[in-house]
Design a protein around this ligand. Structure first.
Ligand code: IMP
Length: 171
């Protein structure tokens, strides 16, 4: 197996700063409940909220839809948020929108809890794989149909600690 750099750590950090500035302008000083989708978003959330000036209430949700490199097509709730989001601004933060299954189900779930507003930030998006169309309000990078790892993203639990996005290939 081999890993090659696909998006460098510097490029990621520069983009995170840009997104944080746009988020700050949009929320205009109002508090936002940031919900990181575990496990993959932990690094992006950590960098994003540190770059933001908007007041943040942080929580996490954990769901699972993947085994190996293929989607199982089902979503399992592993850990729900503790916060009551009713009447609050909510920003869901994902690592990657692939088929869109995970985030479309999560958005529907959160909408049912009557937030004041609901937005989505995702570091990566693979448009070629879309099966469930979702609007991404804050997107880091659009990528090709490749399996990527690092900066929170894993292959069977490994490589999340890499500070860059790498392309994984079995050869
Ligand atoms: P979706 O439900 O198909 O959009 O998949 C979303 C989830 O699948 C992400 O939150 C990731 O955990 C995982 N995933 C999708 N593509 C990749 C990839 O290229 N590398 C690592 N994980 C991925």
């Amino acid at each position: 197996m081999s890993v090659s750099t696909y998006i460098s750590a510097e490029k990621i950090q520069a983009r995170v700063e840009e997104i944080a500035r746009i988020i700050d302008m949009d929320y205009n000083g109002e508090e936002v409940v940031v919900i990181g989708v575990l496990n993959g978003s932990f690094m992006f959330v950590a960098d994003l909220i540190r770059a933001m000036e908007t007041p943040v209430f942080l929580d996490f949700i954990a769901v699972s839809s993947y085994e190996g490199t293929e989607s199982t097509g089902e979503l399992k709730m592993l850990k729900d948020v503790k916060v009551n989001v009713e009447g609050k601004h909510v920003l869901l933060v994902e690592d990657i929108v692939d088929t869109g299954l995970t985030i479309s189900k999560l958005k529907t779930l959160m909408e049912g809890r009557s937030p004041k507003s609901l937005k989505l930030a995702s570091l990566l998006h693979k448009p070629a794989r879309t099966e469930h169309k979702v609007d991404i309000d804050y997107l880091g990078f659009e990528i090709e149909d490749k399996f990527v790892i690092g900066y929170g993203l894993d292959f069977n639990g490994l490589y999340r600690e890499l500070p860059y996005i790498g392309e994984y290939s079995a050869s």
